[in-house]
Structures are given as C-alpha cells and as structure tokens.
Design a protein around this ligand. Structure first.
Ligand code: PLP
Length: 231
C-alpha cells in the first residue's frame, strides 16, 4: 500500500462514479484530510498530486501547515471552531472554513476580519443525521442562521457542509446528503445578499461515492488516502 497508489485509486473511483452520475469529475475537489498525519506524510501526499488539504484542530494545524516543504493550493479548516482559537487559525490563512454553526463564533470571526481588513470564505455546517453528538445546525434552522450571518460583512458564505450518518445502511446515509442538497438548492433560490451557494462539502472515506451521486463538489478523505488513523 503506497500513498501514491491510494490517491490514484481514489481518483479512479471519483471519476467512475462521476461519469455514472453524469457529472464532470473535474468539478469535484478532493480534500485530503491530514489530521494525525505528520508534516512529512503530508509533503509526500502533496508530492503525489494532492492539492487541497484539511485539518480539524487548530493546534495541530499550527504545528504542521507552516512547516510543509511542498506547495499546496488550499488549506481548509474542517473541525469544530472554538472562538478562542480564531486568531490562531486566521494566522494560517485558511482558504475555506467548513464548519461555521454558531452565531457568536461567526460574530467574533467577523470582528477579527474587520480589524485586519480581510474577508473569509466559509461553509455552514448542518447536522443532517440528527445525532446529538454532532455539531451543526438543524436543517430547519439553517436558512434563518444563514440570513443572520449574511449580514456580517466580512464573512462570505460559500455553501454547506455535513457529516453523513455513520452507518452501513446506504439509504440512511444517502438521505443525509439529499437533505443537504435540497437545502443548498433552496438557499440558492432564495438569493440572499452576500451568500453564494457554490460548495457542497459532503462525503468521507466510507461514503464519498454516495455523496458524489447526490451532488457533492468537495469530498473530504482521510482514511482511504492515508490508511487508518492512529490516535
Ligand atoms: C476526519 C474527518 C474526515 C475524514 O474522515 P475519513 O473517514 O478518514 O475519510 C472528513 N471530514 C471531517 C470533518 C473529519 O473530521
């Protein structure tokens, strides 16, 4: 098992499922989820054609992202964002934050951005599985939340993110993704000022093919690229 082979295999799968779903595989951003991996391993992945990397903990990202030797196109933050970590995260220049789901955090982020004359692209995290343990807004609260956050001038909402139900039951997973896709279309149709529905971030190692079938254009893959995680 080599990293390069894994990446090649994953790209093949993305291509096959995209073509079957009448989609252009080039429209799907493959985000390599690099949590728990060393900077050395990340460099190896970047060397083998990975362009987009995602981390879920600010402190871990701080210890790796600035020290990578290889170039990357984009760094995404995909984890739960605590408001006391905003300054540290922003120093890493995230291209996209996937996981805005609390108004007070969005407000603090906006204040930081105003102070630094910056703008930030974000996604709104929705809890489509209904699991209490997961972060994210209830689907029924999402439009209202987005309307509020859209008024924070330095935050740019670019789409939605979800984590599918963790189960072997395909229909239950698919329903999560269908729910997010419908919300995405609904919000797009609402034409809320300062909101662009461009990215639909859904699908992880165990369910990315279903997510692609249901319209994902960012998939977040760790295990299928790097192997099982050792915490
Ligand atoms: C860890 C993680 C992933 C990747 O999970 P895999 O199952 O290893 O592909 C994707 N999204 C988020 C938010 C994660 O925390």
């Amino acid at each position: 098992m080599s990293l390069e082979n894994n990446i090649e295999e994953v790209r093949k799968k993305i291509k096959n499922v995209s073509l079957k779903a009448n989609r252009n595989p080039n429209d799907i951003k493959l985000l390599a989820v690099t949590k728990t991996r060393t900077a050395e391993t990340i460099d190896e992945a970047l060397h083998s054609s990975i362009e987009f990397i995602g981390e879920n903990k600010v402190q871990e990202a701080e210890n790796k992202i600035p020290f990578l030797k290889e170039n990357f196109k984009e760094f995404h933050f995909i984890g739960h964002l605590q408001s006391n970590k905003i300054n540290k995260l922003m120093k890493l220049n995230p291209d996209l934050i996937h996981s805005i789901e609390k108004y007070s955090t969005a407000e603090k982020l906006n204040s930081y951005l105003i102070q630094h004359s910056q703008y930030q692209d974000v996604l709104i995290e929705v809890n489509t599985s209904g699991e209490e343990s997961k972060f994210g807004l209830k689907p029924s609260e999402t439009v209202q939340f987005i309307t509020s956050v859209s008024k924070l001038p330095n935050i740019r909402i670019k789409g939605l993110m979800t984590i599918g139900l963790f189960t072997a039951e395909e229909t239950a997973i698919r329903n999560c993704f269908i729910k997010l896709r419908k919300l995405f279309e609904q919000i797009k149709a609402a034409n809320i000022p300062n909101v662009e529905m461009k990215y639909l971030s859904m699908g992880m190692s165990n369910d990315f093919e279903i997510a692609i079938e249901e319209g994902a254009n960012i998939i977040r893959l760790g295990t299928v690229i790097f192997g099982a995680r050792n915490y």
